[in-house]
Design a binder for this molecule. Structure first.
Ligand code: HEM
Length: 372
């Protein structure tokens, strides 16, 4: 986990001041469950599908129009709270959504800490989240003591101990959970939101996604939830998501440390400097993406044909996003449920997109829904 978070920590310095590096033993403890590997995620998929269906029922069905972005965030935070923390209460999730938004915005702000600055707001929000998470940890410990069965990442962190039998302090667990939730919540929501935008503007692509998803839906019995094999039948839908992420990368980039001096564009970058790499540097390069302005999911029919590090929505190398598979599950469960139920129209195709760290539709991406 230490390895997983080191570069994110650099990016998140604004919201969470750097702590002592995690101990090696902790890294082992936290990695042990393999909670983001497909074997572990398989068990989550049915529940992801049912949570997505519940949210469609509460927030989407019977509505003529919705704001796609805030609803996508509520969905992804509900999923993350369920699978990372084991909590389901909507009021708690609503409180966290607000605070996480402030932390996310603060990640790329100037470190100026006095009332009224973005950084100050992010620090306060991070404190509020830590406080809430500590309460969750205490409740969880009490529930565990009463023998209730637990299936979430937080429980693993609480019970795990290092070789000397030491458990991780609550404050540290809270920080680690905050890092995981921050990394895995608005990124997924952004991909879902821009799927709504780009596919809402392209009826031909919508028709193909719908055909693929209906084939999956029709192969299932009434009420049967999504299973792992179903995801393998969603290749076109996932290619659409790739194209969504090429047009609008949910995470713009992150930091690396130069291991040796090197030359770039006539400048010497000294060893030890922090460098910021971006996902989108090659996204519109016609050498790799012919006709780059065209939204064309078929370019990923053979994804292995891309030269290394030209298309990197999830990063690359040893620090590549460990949440990629989790994101695929959550996004495809959303795609399946939304296209099965609705056609939609983007109400303001020219809506301004703000935000440097996370692209944000200024009005929340209002869409007009038509029940299928
Ligand atoms: C569409 C969704 C997502 C996108 C586009 C995305 C993108 C990225 C990118 C570009 C990086 C930097 C990788 C690098 O430095 O090479 C990253 C790192 C990371 N992501 Fe994601 N991510 C997504 C979802 C998630 C989820 C769901 C989780 C958690 C469950 C997660 C956890 C992390 C963590 C912990 C890191 C830091 C890895 C490290 O430094 O070793 N991400 N992500």
């Amino acid at each position: 986990m230490q390895k997983m978070f080191r570069s994110y920590k650099a990016a998140a310095a604004a919201a969470a001041p750097p702590k002592q590096p995690a101990r090696d033993e902790e890294a082992k403890v936290l990695k042990a469950p393999g909670f983001l590997k497909p074997e572990a995620l398989m068990r989550f998929l049915g529940k992801m599908d049912s949570i997505t269906q519940e949210q469609m029922k509460i927030y989407w069905e019977d509505k003529d129009q919705v704001l796609a972005y805030p609803l996508a965030k509520t969905l992804t935070l509900s999923l993350a709270c369920r699978f990372f923390l084991g909590i389901d209460e909507p009021e708690r999730i609503a409180r966290l959504v607000e605070n996480f938004d402030d932390v996310t915005v603060g990640m790329h702000s100037l470190i100026v800490n006095f009332p009224g600055t973005i950084f100050h707001r992010a620090t306060k929000a991070a404190d509020a989240i830590r406080k809430e998470l500590k309460t969750v940890i205490q409740e969880k410990k009490a529930a565990m003591a009463s023998g209730a069965p637990m299936m979430d990442i937080l429980t693993h962190m609480i019970v795990a101990s290092d070789p000397s039998g030491q458990h991780m302090p609550e404050a540290e667990i809270a920080d680690k959970m905050m890092g995981l939730l921050t990394a895995g919540y608005s990124t997924v929501a952004t991909a879902m939101t821009f799927f709504m935008k780009y596919v809402g503007e392209r009826p031909d692509i919508y028709a193909k996604v719908l055909a693929e998803q209906m084939e999956v839906a029709e192969s299932k019995k009434t009420g049967q939830l999504l299973e792992w094999d179903d995801l393998n039948k969603m290749k076109y839908s996932w290619n659409v998501i790739y194209e969504v992420m090429r047009f609008t990368p949910p995470l713009q980039g992150t930091f690396r440390e130069a291991l040796t001096d090197f030359e770039y564009a006539g400048y010497t970058i000294p060893k030890g400097w922090k460098v910021y790499w971006t996902v989108s540097t090659t996204n519109m390069n016609p050498e790799y993406f012919p006709n780059p302005e065209k939204f064309d999911p078929s370019r990923y029919d053979d994804i292995s044909a891309f030269p290394p590090f030209t298309f990197v929505p999830f990063g690359g190398g040893p620090r590549m996003c460990p949440g990629k598979e989790y994101a695929r599950l959550a996004i495809l469960a959303f795609v399946h449920n939304v296209v099965k139920r609705f056609k939609w129209e983007v109400m303001f195709p020219k809506e301004k997109i703000t935000g440097d760290m996370m692209p944000t539709p200024e009005k929340g991406l209002p869409v007009r829904l038509t029940r299928r």
